[in-house]
Design a protein around this ligand. Structure first.
Ligand code: UTP
Length: 400
């Protein structure tokens, strides 16, 4: 199907108007149009299927992990040594809540005199594992068009904090078009689509598209993690080993929720299969539900640290990860040719979420991480999950 037919098929033929563009601008615009998924706004017209029956899930508790730690560790170490494990850092987010002008990984958790950047802390954690296992783990860093240059520049300037550059690859996440309230794709300026990063669920298709996976053909497992949690263990051999031994194609590190209201996605069973439900989607009576010993029944808080088998990912990429529409402010091309930045949300941005991959996996090993040792998210400027709470935890673990 050519571009005109494709645009007509998805009701976006208004984008065919190239009036006023020079030959060069027109060519650029058409190339952009051809490179994005124009069908994405169709989710606005389709109702999301209702949630299935939710039930609590059981997992590998910290106590059970302790009992089999040596066995898990040995299995994971073997896989790492054989080059079967890659680490994928999701660093394409915009970090709006932190309100820091730069990629979140370049944020300094230390002092001016003794800087401790988020990227530095994460790489340090990974280097520790590499040293113990005697092998470098491919580190694949996902950026977005908005922060790619700044991320690469920063890491290069800091000599990748000691990580060998030939074991690092960058790839840029794909963009989705933004639409108005009627699902019509918006232009941001003349000859320029309004685009936004496609969320953290697009990491595998972006990695494939960038051809990065080909550089590490031995990789069978991807440990995917967010940039926010400065205390997390990356490519944790025991987690890798436990997931491999479980036979599941996916593992998820959880921490026990502190309060029923805590704003973290929760791992549970949905129609009998593991699934992650965002905190705003979990009905209050379930969030508050307690078991016989008074424990929260839905308490497996997700830390955004998953392990996925490469084989599973190939299957998932052909099945479609659900696209979520989020109402936001979308700058658009106004009648007089200027870009208008509205004060109130005027349209939709679209994104896929990594947590939806768990449902598509069919099976997943929930693996407990000890909160005080492995969970210090930097999401907000102040208060909960903020720079100061994370600093305190880093300090308590002797990392500041
Ligand atoms: P968040 O959901 O916290 O989003 O991302 P964010 O954009 O970083 O922050 P806010 O919501 O604007 O404050 C969780 C993880 O997913 C990555 C982020 O970089 C972070 O590691 N992410 C998020 C991407 O890589 N791409 C995206 O499009 C969104």
């Amino acid at each position: 199907m050519d571009l005109t037919e494709r645009l007509k098929a998805c009701g976006q033929e208004h984008l065919l108007n190239t009036e006023g563009l020079t030959k060069e601008e027109r060519a650029q615009y058409l190339a952009e149009l051809s490179s994005v998924d124009l069908t994405v706004p169709s989710v606005l017209g389709s109702k999301r299927p209702p949630r299935g029956k939710i039930g609590p899930i059981s997992g590998l508790s910290a106590q059970k992990i302790k009992e089999r730690y040596a066995q898990f560790y040995e299995e994971g170490e073997k896989a790492i040594r054989a080059g079967k494990v890659a680490a994928v850092l999701l660093a394409g987010g915009q970090g709006t809540r932190l309100g820091f002008d730069g990629p979140k990984g370049t944020f300094n958790m230390g002092t001016k005199r003794r800087p401790r950047y988020i990227f530095e802390l994460l790489i340090e954690n990974l280097l520790e594992v590499c040293k113990r296992c005697g092998a470098f783990i491919p580190l694949l860093i996902m950026t977005s068009e908005k922060n790619d240059g700044a991320t690469r520049g920063f890491l290069e300037e800091h000599a990748y904090f000691g990580y060998p550059a030939d074991h690092i690859r960058f790839f840029v996440q794909e963009m989705y078009p933004c639409a108005d309230e009627n699902g019509k794709i918006l232009l941001e300026a003349k000859g320029k689509l309004a685009l936004s990063p496609n969320g953290n669920g697009g990491w595998f298709s972006s990695l494939k598209r960038a051809g990065v996976a080909k550089d590490f053909p031995a990789v069978e497992w991807y440990n995917v993690f967010g940039v926010d949690n400065v205390l997390q263990k990356i490519a944790d051999p025991a987690f890798v080993g436990a997931t491999i031994l479980s036979g599941a194609p996916c593992g998820a590190k959880y921490v026990r929720k502190k309060r029923w209201k805590e704003r973290v996605g929760v791992l549970c069973l949905e129609d009998g299969a593991p699934s992650v439900i965002e905190y705003y989607e979990l009905p209050e009576e379930l969030a508050k539900a307690r078991g016989e010993r008074g424990e929260l029944l839905y308490s497996f808080g997700m830390t955004l640290n998953y392990l996925f088998s490469a084989r599973l990912l190939d299957e998932i990429s052909s099945a479609r990860i659900p696209v979520h529409a989020v109402k936001k402010v979308v700058p658009y091309l106004g009648g007089n040719g200027e870009t208008v930045v509205p004060k109130k949300p005027n349209g939709y941005k679209f994104e896929t979420l990594i947590l939806d991959m768990v449902r598509l996996a069919g099976a997943c090993l929930p693996y407990e991480a000890v909160r005080s040792e492995e969970f210090a998210p930097v999401k907000n400027k102040r208060g909960r999950d903020s720079v100061s709470s994370a600093k305190r935890m880093l300090w308590m673990q002797g990392k500041l």
